[in-house]
Ligand binder design. Structure first.
Ligand SMILES: [Zn+2]
Length: 445
């Protein structure tokens, strides 16, 4: 019997965190922070498990919405054991330190949330136990009645990303984390476990996205460049930054894309080093490919943004959803005014973010990026492409088909996505029970 409680990431992509109670042992899967919320609202609801055993937290990958609440979890449960892949641990060391300074700025000194320090992050990182893909390890909580086996399986999403298999002896549960069934430019496709699964926790990010909307973009890029324009591509600094950089470079090498200056920088460039360093250890498509060898200019060296428009350039800047006061947000304000240039969006946009507003606007529209900013006319081109690092919706059904679970719990998606995936599973596999996770609602499985 497994007790399942979503603390976040139910009916939305947010502070993903799921509790499993298995015969006295308490295991959390992921411990994310909601990217669009702030303060306590951005954390998983840890109060839901205050009277339950909490022994382990297993992290699927180092994206903020899966890992960034760890410091707060450790404040409440100092003896919890954290387990990740070695690559997730290496990336977390960079990104969690980076978040220390961001929180200082956002929350200030008068915050009701205790700020954490670089020293605390160092201790947290040191305490992380790491396990390679497919290595089986044992879990048994303080009050645990039996040994539970667990293992990580390459998820094809970003460096170090893993699906998590939990084997209680009687039942096998598989949590996909964020998963991609086909290869990207750098990271090879997911490797699903070969055993029969009883319970599947399935992400549904692209459940409501029509796969036919996914297009190739080098032709569009060449048109902008040949007209003397520059292209801004807002990217998540972890994963998308590395994949798009490799894609742009590969297309330039092949002659498919006109060679221009490429601007990158910030934490994304630091994460490139972790990708390069780990290229022999994980499922990379081309182990000789080194991101550092791609000729790049540092966008943070440019103080006068007009520099970007003097000659055609391609600029990769975070954040992916152009959240306020990030590099991509500040750059977008200049791009919107430039008729020869273009903003290419390449990823998922949460509703109401500046990125969502830009992605859904076209030349001539009037938009207002945030509550405090003035409305402005879109003068540049806006094109939306997808370089998904998540499974297409047909692939989500394929995962169900391959693993053939008795029960599926749908997580990590908006209500429309969950509906599409749920309906299709019920239609195609009549014997499978489908649940959609509801925040705080306990399921006994
Ligand atoms: Zn992710």
């Amino acid at each position: 019997m497994i007790k399942f409680i979503p603390l976040g990431g139910a009916g939305e992509i947010g502070a993903n965190c799921y509790y499993l109670g298995i015969e006295g042992t308490g295991i959390l899967l992921d411990c994310g922070m909601h990217p669009q919320k702030s303060g306590l609202d951005s954390l998983p609801n840890f109060d839901l498990i205050k009277d339950l055993p909490v022994d382990y937290v297993l992290i699927s990958h180092a994206h903020m919405d899966h890992i960034n609440s760890l410091p707060y979890l450790v404040q409440r449960h100092p003896y919890i054991k954290i387990i990740t892949t070695p690559q997730t641990r290496a990336i977390a060391e960079l990104t969690l330190h980076n978040s220390v300074s961001i929180f200082r700025e956002q929350l200030g000194d008068h915050s009701y949330m205790k700020l954490y320090s670089h020293e605390e992050i160092d201790l947290l990182i040191q305490s992380i136990e790491y396990r390679s893909y497919e290595e089986v390890f044992e879990l048994k909580g303080y009050n645990g009645l039996k040994i539970i086996k667990a293992s990580f399986h390459g998820a094809g999403h970003i460096l170090g990303s893993a699906g998590i298999l939990i084997d209680t002896g009687e039942e096998r549960l598989f949590y996909t984390g964020d998963i991609k069934l086909s290869s990207q430019s750098l990271i090879d496709k997911a490797r699903l476990p070969k055993t029969k699964i009883d319970l599947l926790l399935l992400e549904t990010t692209y459940g409501s996205t029509d796969t036919r909307a996914i297009l190739s973009w080098s032709m569009e890029a060449n048109t902008i460049i040949s007209n003397g324009g520059s292209i801004l591509i807002p990217v998540f600094s972890l994963g998308k930054h590395q994949e798009i950089l490799a894609t742009v470079w590969n297309l330039m090498q092949k002659g498919t894309l006109t060679e221009t200056d490429i601007y990158t920088g910030g934490i994304g460039t630091k994460i490139n080093t972790v990708y390069d360093y780990n290229r022999y250890n994980v499922n990379m498509l081309d182990k000789e490919f080194v991101l550092k060898n791609i000729s790049q200019k540092n966008l943070y060296d440019i103080t006068n943004y007009e520099e970007f428009f003097k000659s055609p350039s391609i600029v990769l800047a975070s954040s992916g959803m152009m959240l306020e006061s990030t590099a991509s947000y500040n750059l977008a304000k200049h791009w919107l005014k430039n008729p020869r240039s273009a903003i290419f969006t390449v990823g998922y946009m949460e509703k109401n973010t500046p990125g969502y507003k830009i992605a859904n606007a076209s030349k001539g529209d009037q938009i207002r990026l945030s509550e405090l900013s003035e409305s402005e006319i879109v003068k540049c081109q806006i094109q939306c492409f997808r370089f998904p690092s998540h499974a297409f919706r047909e692939d989500l059904i394929e995962i169900v088909n391959k693993l053939n679970p008795g029960k599926v719990i749908l997580v990590h998606g908006d209500p429309l996505s969950i509906d599409w995936v749920g309906e299709h599973i019920l239609k195609e596999f009549r014997h499978i029970k489908v649940f959609s996770a509801e925040a705080g609602k306990e399921l006994i499985l």
